[in-house]
Structure formats: C-alpha cells, structure tokens
Design a protein around this ligand. Structure first.
Ligand SMILES: C[S@@+](CC[C@H](N)C(=O)[O-])C[C@H]1O[C@@H](n2cnc3c(N)ncnc32)[C@H](O)[C@@H]1O
Length: 272
C-alpha cells in the first residue's frame, strides 16, 4: 500500500524529532513494514491510520509503529574487539579503581539482548568466585517494546549461539524442548531491561563506568549524534568508557579521549 508524500513527510518528521531516526529516504521501507499492520488494524489507507496515531495521547500506537520501523539486527560476539577490550582492559582497570563494589554498565540500544547478555557472560567469566562481591547488573534499554519483550525472555535459536564458545553455551543457556536455548535465570537476573528513548534526558541516578551504544547512531544525523554523545559524556563517570560501533564515526570535538577505534574514555581528574 502506498503512502501519500505529505503523509510520509509528516510521519518522518515526527519520528525524527521524537526518536532521532532519519527515515526521509526510506519511504519504501516504511510502506513495506507497516502495510500489513495498518490493514490488520482495519484501515485501507495510511492517512486514516496515521490520524488515529497522532490523536492517541497515550502514545501507545506510536510505539507500535516504532517497534516495526527500527532495525534490530544484532548477534553475539558482534565486534569482538570490544569484548577483548572489555575483558583485558576495562574489567581489570575498573576492578582496581572502584571501591564501592558496583559496576555501572549501560547497553543503550540493546535490541534482542545479545549485547548485554554477552557482556554479562564476560563479567561472570572474569570475576569467577569474586562475582558475588560485585553488583554488576547491566542496564539494557531500547525503544522497541517488541525487542525488549524478546530480550527479557532471552530465548535464542541454536544458530544464534554459534559464535559463543562451547563452554559458554553450556554454562549460560538451557535447551528448551523445542530446540531453542534460553539464557539461565541467573544470567538473566544480571541484566535489567527498560524502555528508554535516547532522545530524552538521561535521568539514571548514577554515572556509568561503561556505556555501550553500538550500531544505533548510524540512523541519526550529525547534530543528533553530537548531542547524544554529549549526554553520554555527562552520564559517564571519570575514567569510564564509551563503545560505539566500528562503522560509526564519532563527531568532531567530542570531550572523550580516543583510546582506539570505536572506544573512548572520559579522563580521570589528574590524568594528563
Ligand atoms: C541495529 S540495533 C543494534 C543492537 C546492538 N547494540 C548491536 O550492536 O548489535 C539498533 C537498536 O537501536 C534501537 N534504537 C534506535 N533508536 C533509538 C532511540 N532513539 N532510543 C533507544 N534505542 C533506539 C533500535 O530499536 C534497535 O534495537
């Protein structure tokens, strides 16, 4: 089903302002991802459907659209260089530096949960017997309720686990009778999933030792990216890190120091 140009431009503008996503060049994607849903809702054209979306003060219908328009592609061990840095640099350094027994990690744009679960596995492996001395729950957020629902369940197809070491598959997953694999309750309790729109203020109580925001900003324009990285910086503890996707470029003039491609650090007071 086709969407009229003016209806499309209005929708693209609303989504850009509210969620940062730039869909102006993606008219076909919008049509193809929403057509069946709009028809199932009982409308035979986009205009009437969108009027109900804009009139819905609860915002629920807009979140239904967003769940359909976001790209949630993700997989375990994606960009393994981050996991190497996490294990060899971030965890030892943070363990030595922190006195409060709390690791503050945020997976921003976590999609189906592969990324935060993967980090939680690395943490469990790294700390071993010392794990119980640390509160290392990872905050994992997204704007897609659909992705968040699946992430919370933590059920994955066998193929999705292929990049993980065999011992990790055995240690952190339970095989269901239908052949899928579910993340163990213990590992799931180490990840807290929440809805959070990155265009909104970051109002979490404490600053983070690590913010992981990978393959999310590719859909944002330069100004949106700059504003978001500035907010991340303010929400990062001194000595803390930011990981972004290797395909994403950080805007010029950011306050973080570059550690290596796609890894940034907020200087500790007293660093040169
Ligand atoms: C391609 S996935 C990346 C998942 C994971 N970080 C990775 O690298 O594999 C991008 C995710 O960002 C989320 N996202 C897009 N815009 C967002 C926003 N404004 N606030 C929060 N999450 C957003 C999408 O819903 C999607 O799940």
């Amino acid at each position: 089903m086709k969407i009229e140009k003016e209806d499309f431009l209005r929708l693209a503008k609303v989504i850009k302002v509210k969620y940062g996503l730039n869909l102006y060049e993606k008219k076909y994607l919008v049509e193809s991802r929403l057509t069946n849903y709009v028809l199932d809702c009982g409308f035979d054209n986009f205009r009437e459907y969108l009027e109900t979306v804009y009139a819905d003060r609860s915002g629920i219908e807009m979140t239904n659209i967003i769940s359909r328009l976001t790209t949630n592609y993700t997989y375990f061990m994606r960009e393994s260089e981050h996991f190497r840095h996490f294990k060899e640099q971030f965890l030892p350094e943070t363990e030595n530096r922190k006195q409060d027994g709390e690791l503050r990690i945020w997976s921003a744009g976590c999609s189906y949960g592969n990324e935060p679960y993967n980090l939680a596995m690395c943490i469990a492996e790294y700390f071993g017997d010392r794990h119980s001395r640390w509160d290392s729950r990872i905050l994992a957020t997204d704007i897609s309720f659909n992705a968040l629902r699946m992430a919370k369940r933590g059920v994955f197809a066998q193929q999705a686990l292929q990049e993980l070491p065999q011992e990790w598959r055995e240690r952190y997953f339970i095989k269901n009778t239908n052949g899928t694999y579910q993340v163990t309750d213990e590992l799931r309790s180490n990840v807290v999933f929440k809805y959070h729109n990155l265009m909104e203020e970051i109002a979490f109580k404490k600053q983070f030792d690590l913010i992981v925001c990978r393959n999310v900003m590719i859909y944002f324009d330069e100004q949106t990216k700059t504003e978001l990285i500035n907010k991340f910086y303010d929400a990062t503890a001194e000595g803390g890190y930011l990981y972004i996707g290797h395909a994403e470029s950080a805007p010029k003039g950011i306050r973080y120091e570059t550690v290596q491609p796609a890894i940034y650090r907020k200087a500790l007071k007293g660093d040169n």
